[in-house]
Design a binder for this molecule. Structure first.
Ligand code: T1G
Length: 698
């Protein structure tokens, strides 16, 4: 096992090279190696030290896997302070992503050089924390409070050029970081450059701390660590450095003990674990360079946009030249957003729209596509007709995917002679923005076709989740259930506005009724009509207020009115006064005497319904693990990330209490509140959803 920090003395310059793949995380051996290396350089009479990382990056931060365990000395802040205190000139040579503790190490050195592609930042707020190794004390001294708080409270990455402009680094040099660092150290020695201890810079100018704290807290929508950055930086301005560091450490340790830190660390590892499936081990995906998309509506155009941005060539098939041109217009509109945001330049925009995109109205032009995604009308007969045509024209080995959001992919596959090549690729609208991709595996889907779906998702920058075939797969099936719980509460006395407010204070960006207005109430209307046509369970409660709202032409934001009135714009939505009378009439027609609901009961019922259906989805194998449900709800349904996802939240809430509530509510509605067998089993065995995740990881 190579040393975590390799030591080499080149003349009078010591080189400390981190060798802790894959990201040179600052685990215990690395921290100890840095201290030992600095002390050895001083003993051996070096005049400067260069610190850099082997492999893909400079230190990418503290080792997140150590969180929650008893911290081991040397603690990172002490390593930082020891580096800075060295009488030698210490140089950081950065590449890759110097993040969190990694940037804090760099801030404790006296000079910083980076390659042009280097990125750096303090993303601790994305883990429910604040920088905990003097970053909140050194960064404001180097670049000022406002810029330091922008970097810390957003957790965003800063590119090398911006870092140079901010004064965060001293120089940008292409080439090998170690070589750059050595040359820079040589120059500094020859010039007699002084040590530059950031901690000795004057305390930064203060700002209105309370106003800033409140503003950041509001922006965090219930997440607390960004606002706590403000208090740590306030300490940098008001306290001597050592006391400021102690204040930072206190805040850091308090946050380390919060549910929010647990939830966000769970989300971090879950979004990486979700693509690790036993059925993918050792399975090579089929090569995909050219794809075709059938149907250039909102979804098809979004998918095509996402594929074009990922470097794929796209053939868009529509029913007529006019429809194809309209699809191209939608794609160009999507890409102009990327152009405005600087993700592509004008030349890139023209290449994507004029060369990489081909329009056609003939299925024959799909014959060379490696993968074809159907995004036509959500009607099984239409899908079957499309797949029968694809079966006739697509080349052998082409992957045939449906973007259906709930239809039976087995039935679609059966419309072809090659069901092994068929799978579902359920993108979320807008497909060029939303990161979630449900990859739906049909009975006969070949393993390498599943692997191809995951490879395509990765190339398109999606977070892909494997789903089994059922009505709604993972996300929409669970959504349908917790939305029903909300509808029941409406019938029984709650208002859409109280429910939205309760869920928004829980951390959802938008409550369910505001979301319905955004998506379009006609979508839910069509689902209710379909489910009624399929035959509702005799004990299933039904309602008419939402249908009546749609019959009046109110589909939400797209018609200007739904549950809310958008006359003053989406941000200034106000309750639509036509809604409550419809609800009251519905209650009266069903002989219901409305009662009051507390926000706590609303949240408890809403979340219990979500957890209960999620437990069924995992129990039936539609989702491989509880973490797959968490990732789906985090990336596709606005679930607050600092709660980790519904099943992580359930573990922290306590499964026994949730099951007790579900059983109590079953007395009033045995059909809706049927406890999921898996939930009952876990409670009986004293286990958690996290236990299932760990078992799946082996
Ligand atoms: N600790 C432990 N493991 C880590 C890790 C970390 N900091 N970062 C990544 N990994 C693992 C990851 O789980 C995966 O493992 C593998 O490395 C590749 O990661 C005191 C307290 C660096 C931009 O938040 O943003 O410092 O799945 O798939 O796409 O103030 O990883 O292969 O088994 O993401 O190339 C602050 C988090 C920590 C950085 C690379 N640092 N990491 O992205 O690879 S808190 C972070 C990332 C801190 C101090 C505080 C990304 C990356 P496996 P990957 P990637």
């Amino acid at each position: 096992m190579p040393d975590a920090i390799a030591y080499d003395l080149q003349g009078d310059i010591a080189i400390l090279k981190a060798q802790n793949p894959p990201v040179n995380a600052l685990g215990h051996a690395v921290r100890q190696g840095l201290i030992d290396g600095i002390e050895r350089a001083e003993r051996e009479g070096a005049r400067a030290v260069v610190i850099h990382g082997d492999g893909s990056t400079y230190f990418a931060g503290a080792d997140i896997r150590e969180f929650g365990k008893p911290p081991q000395e040397p603690h990172l802040p002490d390593v930082c302070n020891r580096i800075e205190a060295s009488p030698l000139i210490v140089v950081s040579a950065m590449h890759g992503t110097a993040l969190g503790g990694g940037l804090e190490i760099a801030l404790s050195t006296h000079y910083r050089i980076a390659v042009p592609s280097a990125r750096m930042g303090l993303p601790e707020v994305h883990l429910g924390l604040i920088p905990g190794a003097t970053g909140t004390q050194r960064l404001p001294r180097l670049i000022g409070v406002d810029k330091a708080l922008d970097v810390m409270t957003t957790g965003r990455q800063v590119g090398a050029q911006e870092a140079l402009d901010l004064g965060l680094i001293d120089r940008i040099e292409d080439g090998a970081p170690g070589v750059n660092g050595l040359a820079y150290a040589r120059q500094l020695i020859d010039e007699g450059a002084p040590r530059r201890a950031v901690s000795e810079l004057p305390a930064p100018a203060p700002i209105d701390w309370d106003a800033t704290y409140e503003a950041v807290l509001k922006r965090g929508r219930g997440q607390i660590s960004p606002a706590m950055c403000v208090r740590a930086v306030q300490g940098a301005c008001e306290l001597p450095f050592a006391e400021g560091v102690a204040n930072e450490r206190r805040i850091f340790r308090e946050l380390m003990d919060t549910d929010q830190r647990q939830g966000m660390i769970h989300a971090f590892f879950a979004e990486r674990a979700v693509g690790k499936l036993p059925e993918l081990k050792g399975v090579e995906p089929r090569p995909v360079a050219a794809i075709a998309v059938i149907g250039g509506g909102t979804m098809g155009s979004g998918i095509a946009t996402s594929a074009l941005m990922a470097g794929l060539s796209v053939t868009m098939l529509e029913m007529s030249p006019e429809a194809a041109e309209k699809a191209k217009g939608r794609i160009a509109g999507n890409l102009s957003g990327a152009l405005k945001r600087g993700k592509i330049d004008q030349a890139g925009f023209e290449r994507l729209t004029e060369q990489a995109l081909t329009l056609t109205t003939s299925y024959d032009d799909l014959a060379e596509a490696d993968l074809i995604i159907e995004a036509v009308f959500e009607e099984m007969s239409v899908k079957k007709e499309v797949f029968a045509k694809l079966d006739a024209v697509a080349k052998p080995g082409a992957v045939l995917a449906s973007n259906t959001s709930y239809l039976d992919v087995d039935e679609i596959a059966a419309a072809t002679s090659r069901p092994g090549d068929v799978l579902g690729l359920h993108f979320f609208s807008p497909a060029h923005v939303m990161k979630l991709l449900e990859i739906v595996v049909a009975d006969k889907t070949a393993p390498d076709v599943l692997a191809t779906g995951f490879a395509l998702g990765k190339k398109m920058g999606k977070v892909s989740v494997r789903a089994g075939v059922c009505d709604g797969f993972i996300g929409n099936r669970i959504l349908s259930h917790y939305r029903t719980a909300a509808d029941h509460m409406i019938l029984d006395g709650a208002s859409p506005y109280q429910i939205d407010a309760a869920l928004e204070s829980f951390g959802f960006a938008m409550g369910p009724f505001a979301v319905a207005d955004l998506a379009g109430l006609d979508i839910g209307w069509a689902v209710r009509k379909r489910k009624r046509a399929e035959g509702l369970h005799p004990q299933a409660r039904d309602s008419s207020y939402a249908d009546t709202l749609c019959e009046a032409g109110h589909f939400g934001q797209k018609t200007g009115k739904g549950y809310y009135d958008y006359v003053a714009g989406p941000k200034a939505r106000v309750p639509n006064p036509e809604v409550m009378p419809l609800i009251e009439a519905d209650r009266a027609a069903q002989g219901i005497t409305p009662r009051d609901f507390t926000d706590a009961e609303i949240l408890r019922r809403y979340m219990a319904a979500m957890v209960n259906e999620a437990a069924r989805v995992v129990g039936e194998g539609i989702a491989r693990r509880p973490l797959d449900v968490d990732v789906t709800l985090l990336y596709g349904y606005g679930f607050p990330r600092y709660r980790g996802g519904p099943l992580k939240w359930a573990d922290m809430e306590g499964l026994p209490g949730l099951l007790d509530d579900i059983r109590a509510w079953a007395a009033e509605d045995a059909h809706f509140w049927q406890p999921a067998p898996l939930l009952e089993q876990l409670v009986a065995e004293g286990r958690s959803f996290e236990d299932l995740n760990k078992e799946a990881a082996g």
